[in-house]
Design a protein around this ligand. Sequence first.
Ligand code: PLP
Length: 404
Amino acid sequence: MQMKREDFEILNERVYGKELVYLDNAATTQKPREVLDAMTYAYTHFNSNIHRGVHHLSQIATRNHEEARQKVAQYINTESPDEIVFTKGTTDSINMLAFSVGELLVREGDEVLVSAVEHHSNIVPWQMMCERKGARLRVIPLREDMTLDMEALDKLLNEKTRIVSVAHVSNVLGTVNPVGEIVRKAHEKGVAVCIDAAQSAAHMRVDVRELDCDFMAFSAHKMYGPTGLGVLYGKREWLEKLPPAEGGGEMIEHVSFEKTTYNTLPYKFEAGTPDFIGSYVFGKALDYIERIGRAEIEKEESELTAYAEQRLKEVPGVKIYAAGQRKAGVISFNVEGIHPYDIGMLLDRQGVAVRTGHHCAEPLINELGVPGTVRISFGLYNNKEDVDKFVEALEKSLHILTGV
Ligand code: PLP
């Protein structure tokens, strides 16, 4: 994978005169040259609004957009490309879904289940919907070892539960949640499941038919693709039944002042001009990932994560959260007596980009009982050298902060 670094020109940037070590991939990934070139190509050769045009450019743009939808469908193995809705990102996908599910399914006294490790994007939209509907948001707790308490899930699932929405991979702990098992348990009770795949989709094989989940959400920018684009997958039978969350052009069949009828899938959920340049560019990012191979990416990233945990353990005072658990390229830690922000600042001065704070998962951070964590997260271009440089920079930072 070492040679793949050459595809990412930004990795040659210097930060305060130092070589960049980019370890903030859970926030967003860098883009390879061919993805950047695809953006220029699209605007240079076929920029034209889709679906409505009879003219040549519009037809090419439409074809490219729909081909990208097919690539996404293949990537997560849906039954049909009609089950892929393009959105603005994971957050947008979950907001849309929470609204639609709320309208279709949720009544006063009903319950929605999320887990203790969720990103705010997979809490707040459900909470807003629950407030509107007089429903209750309930939480699958963590066990001592920071994995989800599956026995508690058995008790939480009941006749009032309408949907379960859980992260595939925690963006704070990096832990891989047993989403297949969660789907199985929920389906036994007739409850639908949404998987927030924001942190898994670029790092492992994600197969919606194997998982049998009802919905899935993810963001292109975390997958070496463009910002402002995401995906909401839904099983056809669900998407047929759910009302659209947004109205406008494109999502309609006929409009009169008295009544509007909706378009077929997936257009019913895509109001307005979609990001047809973004979808084309995202298709190129998926090609790039597929060329390397997700099995290869998962293997390399899991080895790198294990190596980083081992190196971090050698640093005095370091506490790694969910240490030793199966992780997908994310590690959170703290150093005794030191604020994570101070570590982040000093690492930055040495060219090492990490994230500090609550990582948009305040309930989890509160449960850990800390003001925040330092988080490192890997992409397919990271290697052991990056980890070594990071550990060296961390040791220097701690020396500055403690004088030891
Ligand atoms: N869910 C998880 C697990 C995340 O890590 C993130 C982003 O970090 C999101 C949702 C939100 O993604 P976006 O900001 O691209 O909508």
